[in-house]
Design a binder for this molecule. Structure first.
Ligand code: APR
Length: 178
């Protein structure tokens, strides 16, 4: 349980996994946080492909995922997903966050990608409580990996406190799930 999941503190734009996941918004036109960093470091090729996607299929609904080039980054692909904005928990936020992780991994699988880095989706500007989000993220990824053993799923936490939060939840969940 949880053996293919790694937790690090760092910058997702610097990761050498085949794909990195972007915490985007439905417009796919960029933003701040992870979204801003990915477009800044990856360069204009990413936005160009995002514009083609939106022209073809419209805005990206919350919980869905699409794939583009990673431009100038070490990774080859960016998987863009839209996490839910936190409104207190009674607007299906938990399920939408589960979908964002699950659909991102499904896109990786569909593209023969076996190593993926995730940020802590929705826990910044979208204000999703970190402990609740971490539990959903780790359980959803672990369940997916039981069916589809990707080589590595890496959570790249931006702060030491977020890393500590994810670590304590993995410790709790892996003891409970034995
Ligand atoms: N690498 C890894 N993690 C990062 C980085 C980075 N370079 N930059 C920020 N983070 C962390 C934040 O500290 C937070 O813990 O990623 C987590 C998610 O924060 P946001 O990027 O704000 O994403 P989210 O909460 O999902 O909000 C998405 O913000 O940037 C806009 O366009 C984006 O509208 C969308 C919204």
């Amino acid at each position: 349980m949880y053996e293919n999941i790694t937790l690090i503190q760092g910058d997702i734009t610097a990761q050498d996994t085949q794909a990195i996941v972007n915490a985007a918004n439905s417009s796919l036109m960029g933003g701040g946080g992870v979204d801003g960093a990915i477009h800044r470091v990856g360069g204009p090729a990413i936005l160009a492909e995002c514009k083609q996607i939106v022209a073809r299929q419209g805005r990206l609904p919350t919980g869905q995922a699409v794939i583009t080039t990673a431009g100038n980054m070490k990774a080859r692909y960016v998987i863009h997903t839209v996490g839910p904005v936190w409104h207190g928990g009674d607007r299906d936020e938990d399920e939408l966050l589960r979908n964002a992780y699950r659909n991102s991994l499904q896109v990786a699988l569909d593209n023969n990608i076996s190593t993926v880095s995730f940020p802590s989706i929705s826990t910044g500007a979208y204000r999703f409580p970190i402990e609740r989000a971490a539990r959903i993220a780790l359980q959803t990824v672990n369940e997916f990996l039981q069916q589809h053993p990707l080589e590595e799923v890496r959570f790249v936490l931006f702060s030491a406190s977020d890393l500590e939060c994810y670590r304590s939840i993995v410790h709790h969940l892996s003891r409970r799930d034995v």
